[in-house]
Design a binder for this molecule. Structure first.
Ligand SMILES: *Cc1c(COP(=O)(O)O)cnc(C)c1O
Length: 373
């Protein structure tokens, strides 16, 4: 607060093509449910190699609809991770079910498959792994546990577009996967999200649920179920289409920026670099390092004074957020790995168009900070 950052945490890549695409929609006069949404969904499904992609107003909306499709209700439980953005637990709360947390593993920072069985009860209905920072959870092991207990998997892939686990894409490893397009994600539409699935029944259900419970063959004022307004507009979809075209370039640029960071930070003893599990490829949502928890806040202020924005992330863990503490009585020590990672993690400025010179400046300032504080 109060600082102007010369090097911000994130910055979307928007250019002439996005500008033209938006103008084209405005000139067309068709602002909702038109050819842009259809094309965005079609291209997205193709990219992921799934049968259906359903665009929604946010990643959170997509997660909520997945909970509806599962039929989760009060009394049900879903297993999820405490080391995530709040939406991945809130979506379970929206339908009156209970999110039950499973601690994470240090390598992928995703839910630890070996700890899942301990948390399964008669009420458990689904597993919600979150692929954080651009890297998949240990999905093969999670899939095995899910199969042996007949649980569905819904993937929160909002941070991990194009990340892979054993060669398979994040979002395609469960019954449905959800992506988000907030301005800091790999591609952005301002606000927006996408659900992917290869289940035809679920795809039809999602289209109805996002559109006030209407079926596709129905009159506009006929509603066969309780639905929501989670539609996206044509402008959003037009932006998404252009961003999708540029995604391969963005991800190559992000990988380059990550490499620059890794090269320059690897010889600083006080800094722990991001780890990548051998079966994973990273899609670099953020570049997260770990530093001594006693020094982290001072490091953040030092960098801020130099015009460089960094952030404790994710902090605090979800179970330690006021709402969850109050409702379920969670406390410090409940999920020790997630809490330790949460106290040590720091994300650095990171975006596709970041220059080598900017990375150098961040690294040099960071070196001085960690060695002098
Ligand atoms: C960004 C994100 C979401 C979705 O966020 P929206 O702002 O609703 O699009 C969900 N889960 C995680 C882990 C995220 O990072």
């Amino acid at each position: 607060m109060g600082f102007t950052y010369r090097i911000p945490l994130s910055q979307p890549s928007l250019g002439e093509k996005e500008w033209q695409a938006v103008q084209k929609v405005l000139k067309s006069g068709r602002l909702s449910f038109g050819p842009q949404v259809e094309a965005f969904e079609e291209h997205f499904a193709q990219l992921l190699g799934v049968d259906y992609a359903i665009a929604v107003s946010s990643g959170t909306a997509g997660l909520h609809l997945c909970m509806c499709a599962l039929g989760l209700a009060p009394g049900d439980e879903a297993l999820t991770s405490p080391f995530s953005f709040i939406a991945s637990a809130n979506c379970v709360e929206y339908v009156g079910a209970k999110p039950v947390f499973v601690d994470i593993e240090e390598e992928s920072l995703g839910m630890n498959p070996h700890l899942i069985s301990d948390q399964i009860s008669r009420r458990t209905r689904a597993i919600l792994p979150i692929h954080v920072f651009g890297q998949c959870c240990n999905m093969e092991a999670i899939q095995q546990v899910a199969r042996s207990h007949s649980l569905e998997i819904i993937e929160d892939a909002c941070e991990s577009l194009l990340a892979t686990h054993k060669g398979q894409l994040a979002g395609t490893l469960g019954k449905a996967g959800v992506f988000g397009f907030y301005p800091n994600k790999q591609i952005t539409t301002g606000e927006g999200g996408m659900i992917v699935t290869s289940d035809k029944r679920w795809a039809t259900l999602f289209k109805s649920l996002r559109n006030q419970g209407r079926a596709s063959n129905m009159q506009w004022l006929t509603h066969e179920r309780l639905g929501y307004n989670y539609r996206i507009h044509e402008i959003t979809a037009a932006l998404g289409l252009v961003q999708l075209e540029r995604l391969a370039l963005f991800n190559a640029q992000r990988a380059q920026v990550a490499n620059w960071y890794t090269e320059r930070l690897s010889n600083i003893e006080e800094i722990q670099l991001p780890r990548i599990a051998p079966q994973n490829t990273h899609s670099w949502f953020v570049y997260a390092i770990r530093v001594s928890k006693a020094k982290r806040d001072q490091i953040i202020s030092y960098l801020a004074q130099k015009g460089i924005q960094t952030k404790a992330y994710f902090f605090p863990c979800i179970h330690l957020q006021p709402y969850y503490r109050e409702k379920y009585g969670y406390k410090e020590g409940d999920f020790p790995i997630a809490e330790r990672v949460s106290k040590e993690s720091l994300i650095l400025p990171f975006f596709a168009e970041m220059t080598q010179k900017q990375v150098e400046e961040v690294c040099e300032t960071l070196r001085v900070a960690v060695q002098s504080i």
